[in-house]
Ligand binder design. Structure first.
Ligand code: SAM
Length: 385
């Protein structure tokens, strides 16, 4: 049983640390210096991140930063995604939003375009626009039980009619040292919300603190450790599993600091950056494609439970075939297209619940008996072939 309200403790601590730098919350991170030039000192000094998810962004992407604080990651991201991209910072603490919003026009002027905005919300409830709700509640304040219930209904209506972040609208969700601050009962919903807002094919790149062992109850009951990004941390394996449970695939650790940021009662707290993709959901169709796992491991198991041995040729559905052709898988596979293309519109359903080998005759066709001369296109007219 928690002896304090984690959300209030977090809000109070970050309200204060938005106004004056709290050294204890700073974890030195080597951000790319060229992007820091355009960012005012006040923002950089109040850096409470533990990693740098922005370095995995690309030009033109639409990005959401969860728990944007004074806006440093958003302002770096703004320069990477460029004028064709867009960045939205989400934070629940007014004092953080105030610093970020006051500095946004300064950064825009320095970089030559304005592509960042900050919205007030709780990252475990990315549909609810807290400023819209505030405005409505000012007009009809909660004074009794029935107005409390009406406010609940109003919040639900706002989520549907004016979502803070719409479904399937974001290319990349990033976050820097914030997920650990969300209370345990909302953590599952938090990962589901990240999944909801991403486009199919979108990805999450999250830097956070994770522990090497599960954090015991006594540490979780310490408000200082909780708001200091320690005791709300998930154990490393649970952190990765949370993405899997929410429906992500291709989950991997991009970076893990070898040295712990802190060690408390023998438990090590490391900064890790994890990437996870959305888009494995959907129907499976048979187009006679095959893949060969290149190694180096003897076998692999993907997020749909396809187990593949190195060097063998497996039948895969069109969806899996195309997923493997993209990051993070493409470097691990060879791709075998059928000689005669079967259009998707004519393809039959494929049973993805089992893994089966594919005989080369299936991709070439049973009657294939072509004989050819050795190709000598590798030589420039020499006599080697
Ligand atoms: C450790 S600071 C990190 C700030 C920023 N990402 C950075 O790199 O400096 C945590 C931030 O997340 C915000 N925050 C914590 N829990 C939140 C929640 N549930 N919803 C929205 N914002 C939250 C806090 O207000 C604070 O600005």
């Amino acid at each position: 049983m928690r002896t304090f309200n984690p959300e209030s403790v977090v809000k109070n601590r970050y309200a204060a640390s938005a106004k004056a730098t709290e050294a204890k919350l700073c974890c030195p991170v080597p951000y790319e210096s060229e992007y820091l030039k355009a960012i005012p000192a006040e923002v950089i000094e109040r850096d409470y991140g533990c990693g740098d998810p922005s370095r995995y962004l690309r030009e033109g992407e639409t990005v959401v930063d969860l728990g944007s604080g004074t806006g440093k990651i958003c302002f770096i991201a703004a320069q990477i995604v460029g004028p064709k991209g867009k960045v939205i910072g989400i934070d629940m603490t007014d004092e953080m939003l105030e610093v970020a919003r006051r500095n946004a026009p300064i950064v825009a002027e320095r970089i030559g375009y304005a592509n960042v905005e900050f919205r007030k919300g709780r990252i475990q409830d990315l549909a609810l626009d807290l400023e819209r709700l505030d405005a409505k509640l000012k007009r009809s304040p909660i004074t009794d039980a029935s107005s409390f219930l009406a406010a609940d209904e109003l919040a639900e209506e706002l989520r549907v009619k004016h979502p803070l972040i719409a479904n399937d609208s974001i290319d990349v969700v990033v976050s820097n040292c914030v997920l650990n601050l969300v209370e345990p009962k909302s953590k599952r919903q938090l990962f589901e919300e990240i999944f909801r807002v991403l486009t199919k094919g979108g990805r999450a790149v999250i830097s956070d603190i994770a522990s090497d062992e599960e954090v015991p109850e006594n540490l979780q009951n310490d408000p200082e450790l909780w708001s200091g990004c320690i005791s709300g941390a998930l154990a490393e394996e649970n952190f990765l599993a949370a993405f899997e449970d929410a429906g992500f695939y291709g989950i991997q650790i991009l970076k893990r600091d070898e040295k712990p940021w802190r060690t408390v009662q023998g438990i090590e707290f490391h900064s890790v950056t994890v990437e996870a993709f959305k888009g494995k959901q959907g129907e499976c169709f048979e187009r006679n494609q095959a893949v060969i796992y290149r190694g180096p491991f003897k076998e692999v198991l993907d997020d749909d439970n396809h187990r593949m041995e190195r060097g063998r040729r497996y039948a895969v559905c069109d969806k899996t075939y195309n997923l493997y052709k993209k990051a993070p898988y493409r470097e691990f596979f060879e791709f075998v297209d059928p000689i005669v293309d079967l259009p998707l519109a004519e393809a039959k359903p494929f049973d993805c619940s089992r893994t089966s080998l594919r005989h080369p005759k299936e991709t070439k066709g049973q009657d294939y008996d072509v004989t050819t001369e050795a190709k000598n296109t590798c030589c420039d007219g020499g006599s080697c072939c």
